[in-house]
Ligand binder design. Structure first.
Ligand SMILES: Cc1cc2nc3c(=O)[nH]c(=O)nc-3n(C[C@H](O)[C@H](O)[C@H](O)COP(=O)(O)OP(=O)(O)OC[C@H]3O[C@@H](n4cnc5c(N)ncnc54)[C@H](O)[C@@H]3O)c2cc1C
Length: 504
């Protein structure tokens, strides 16, 4: 079945698809929707790169494994990524060194290189056609303070024995005063890769279920009872790869992370180049090519800093039009979870929960970190040694720097929580969008172009934040933790596991 994209007309008249280039270039198989099994050895919740990679690494362990997803398989954030496989991740090594030390930066670097190797080896062993291409990967800058940061990153790369080249231009002539690049990095089609891994898993007896939403986890003796939209599943081991966990305890992820939303455009071009690049400033910009398409991302922002997303779509289009002439064919947005120390949370959810695992906080580097999650989690489950378990442990110890960033994140979330309560009808709402109060409860109302009213609860079921209407995507979005709902209240993205439909 080919996905049927719908179109969006930009402010300057370009007609563009609002799905990602990956979603529209694959044929997505239908998976099982009814849940006959209620018992399993290992239950993996979430079928993005983290969930499917975990299933893949466990496929030979002779245990009964189920993967469930609340939506279609692989259609979460992984379907909207830009698909770069690189260890040159902005200026992350100086961030990690500041939080910890050079050894920790070095360990993280090795984890990323190893993940790239895992993807390469898997593709070659199973002959996976996912358009893997070796490309140079750049970080670059135009302003003095940004150049200084790149030079600082160079110092750390040198100490870690990474060879790199310097440059003052990019292969596509995008403005660049100074940059560096490495050559042993890649780009690929993330969904072609993931769906092939799923096929391999299925041949080994792993079952995949769509439209099964996990809502709660209870403990019964040594077993986990996972409540879902289709009944309870009993499992010895549970792996949560839902991008953002749907529970607060035991990991307290909402207090240890923040969420950034990013925007991406893709346009057909005549002379594609062979490189990927990041301008690591705030907001950052990213570039890569896929066949005869150029993919350009940017205008990221902390979700809690901004509530009118339309502006960012327009800013990205304007930024694109400054440097490129071809029409925009695709435009999409998505968000990722950022940790305060640039190291993801992968491992046991807490020291006490021996068989409950989690993978989140990929810092916009989920192609490598989701792959890493698959390897680390499977090693933990199979009681194999893995040198990265301490580095990634979700309950790792705090340094003063980490506590300061956690405090800043919590303050920002608190501020946006209050802002949405105090100003329920922001100025960018038009006459067809409103929030109103009836019998002490707040409702959101959207009147569509046929004059039909769509009324939903205005409170996010996750942690109670008031929802903001996203005029571009026609959705109700939570600015605190990223849950999204359609105009009739159905969940599009978690962490919320409950809809905002009005109870009849
Ligand atoms: C604009 C952008 C560009 C990016 N580009 C890159 C890049 O070039 N390179 C790179 O390495 N990384 C990149 N990333 C990061 C990367 O895309 C993500 O980190 C990664 O895709 C996240 O994978 P995941 O498996 O954790 O989540 P997902 O792919 O979102 O998978 C989670 C799955 O869990 C399901 N789920 C959620 N809740 C439940 C529930 N309660 N019950 C059942 N199922 C549930 C969802 O439906 C979903 O299918 C980018 C991120 C952004 C925002």
């Amino acid at each position: 079945m080919f996905i049927n994209p719908f179109f969006y007309t930009s402010y300057n008249g370009d007609q563009m698809k609002t799905k990602s280039i990956w979603e529209t270039t694959i044929s997505l198989p239908e998976e099982k929707k009814e849940l006959p099994q209620t018992k399993t050895d290992i239950l993996i919740i979430g079928s993005g790169i983290a969930g499917i990679s975990t299933a893949f690494h466990l496929k030979d362990c002779k245990k009964k494994i189920m993967v469930i997803d609340k939506g279609r398989i692989a259609m979460g954030v992984t379907s909207k990524t830009t698909g770069k496989l690189t260890y040159l991740q902005g200026t992350c090594y100086q961030k990690i060194k500041t939080m910890y030390d050079l050894d920790t930066s070095y360990l993280y670097l090795n984890s990323q290189k190893e993940s790239i190797q895992i993807v390469k080896d898997t593709i070659s062993k199973y002959n996976i056609a996912c358009d893997l291409e070796k490309v140079d990967s750049y970080i670059f800058a135009n302003q003095q303070n940004e150049i200084k940061k790149i030079k600082k990153e160079e110092e750390i790369l040198k100490k870690m024995n990474i060879s790199y080249q310097k440059c003052t231009t990019l292969p596509n002539q995008y403005p660049c005063k100074y940059g560096i690049y490495v050559s042993d990095t890649y780009v690929f089609h993330p969904l072609k890769y993931l769906l092939s891994l799923m096929d391999i898993c299925k041949k080994k007896g792993i079952t995949f279920y769509e439209n099964v939403c996990a809502t709660n986890i209870r403990k019964k003796k040594n077993l986990y009872m996972v409540e879902t939209s289709q009944g309870t599943i009993e499992a010895n081991t549970v792996v949560i790869c839902t991008h953002y966990p749907f529970f607060i305890k035991p990991c307290f992820i909402p207090f240890k992370t923040h969420i950034e939303r990013s925007y991406v455009v893709a346009s057909q071009i005549i002379k594609p180049k062979s490189f990927s690049a990041i301008l690591p400033k705030n907001p950052s910009y990213s570039m890569r090519y896929y066949q005869n398409y150029f993919i350009y991302g940017g205008e990221s922002h902390d979700m809690s800093h901004q509530i009118d997303y339309q502006k960012n779509y327009e800013k990205l289009q304007q930024q694109y039009k400054k440097y490129f002439t071809s029409n925009i064919d695709y435009m999409w947005c998505t968000h990722d979870i950022l940790t305060e120390d640039h190291i993801p949370y992968i491992g046991r959810a807490s020291k006490q929960e021996k068989n409950l695992f989690i993978a989140t906080g990929f810092n916009k580097w989920g192609m490598t970190n989701g792959t890493l999650a698959g390897k680390v989690l499977s090693d933990l489950i199979l009681k194999e040694k893995n040198e990265y378990t301490q580095l990634l442990a979700p309950y790792r110890s705090y340094t003063v720097q980490r506590i300061l960033v956690l405090f800043k994140n919590a303050t920002n979330t608190g501020k946006i929580f209050m802002r949405t309560k105090l100003d329920r009808n922001p100025s960018f709402y038009t006459e067809n969008i409103s929030v109103f109060k009836k019998d002490g409860i707040y409702y959101g109302k959207y009147i569509d172009k046929n004059g039909k009213s769509h009324i939903v609860y205005n409170k996010c079921p996750h942690m109670g934040c008031s929802l903001i209407f996203n005029k571009k995507d026609i959705t109700w979005d939570c600015p605190c933790h990223g849950s999204r709902f359609d105009i009739d209240g159905d969940i599009i993205e978690g962490p919320s596991t409950y809809s905002i439909k009005i109870k009849k």
